[in-house]
Design a protein around this ligand. Sequence first.
Ligand SMILES: CC(=O)N[C@@H]([C@@H](O)[C@H](O)[C@H](O)CO)[C@@H](O)CC(=O)C(=O)O
Length: 296
Amino acid sequence: MLREDLKGLYSALLVPYNEDGSVNEEGLRKIIRHVIDKMELDGLYVGGSTGENFLLDKETKKQIFDIAKDETGDAVKLIAQVGSPNVYEAIELGQYATELGYDAISAVTPFYYKFSFKEVKQYYKDITDAVDNDLIVYSIPVLTGVEIGLDDFGELFELDRVVGVKFTAADFFLLERLRKKFPEHLIFSGFDEMLLPAVVNKVDGAIGSTYNANGPRSKQIFELAKEGKIEEALEIQNVTNDFISAVLENGLYPTLKYILQQETGSEERFYARKPMAQSTDAQLERAQEIYEKYIK
Ligand SMILES: CC(=O)N[C@@H]([C@@H](O)[C@H](O)[C@H](O)CO)[C@@H](O)CC(=O)C(=O)O
């Protein structure tokens, strides 16, 4: 049955780190408040790519789940991304987030080794058998190299408690087929620059990194497109994509980190987690220009 309550626009939560790689808790709490109070998004997707999650040890992942739940309470929906090629860790994190009260879990397709689809399916079965929560498959072939076709999605959706997919791909033919074939499963769009065509294809929501800073425009696109006001939505998507192009050209996470540091009035710099490089002075200068032009 469709999890109607999970529909909406989610922040792919960005996590600020200290220079030594530890979590900047104060900064993270401020980002969460910003996303809820100023961006007015419907939920947080915690532990995704934007949080540099795949560079973290298990205890730090749990710490971030704790902070997000503590700061959010029941104000917005919370989805915990727990996936890892280490399925035992994914299960432990799924159980942990579920006990904390997360509304759902999500798991990236297992990556690095070339797993067969049978192995991928078994991974999702193992997680959903062991965790008492609904799960959203996280498909992001551009980073994992794992492509899932229409029939394979059908097999995953047959698993108890697999309620949908976070679809981070530009394959609109596959998206259209998925929507038509699986009206009872949630589909979240993962590329912010393609929000409008994704909503035209009737996705249930979207999860993205730039929504942390560009929330109001993104919400407008989402709402206008749902109402069929495509021309108006396209105008806002055009400006949004000028912003996203500039951000991508200057470095996605460094630019978003800089903008969020300014927006939350944080004195401490928002560092990246190694081996991600820290921002150069030139990147910071350009980030300030982007911030002034599109967000401030
Ligand atoms: C690869 C990547 O970072 N994808 C982002 C997008 O929001 C992306 O940053 C944006 O569309 C700009 O390309 C999200 O799909 C990632 C995400 O939701 C996550 O943090 O897991």
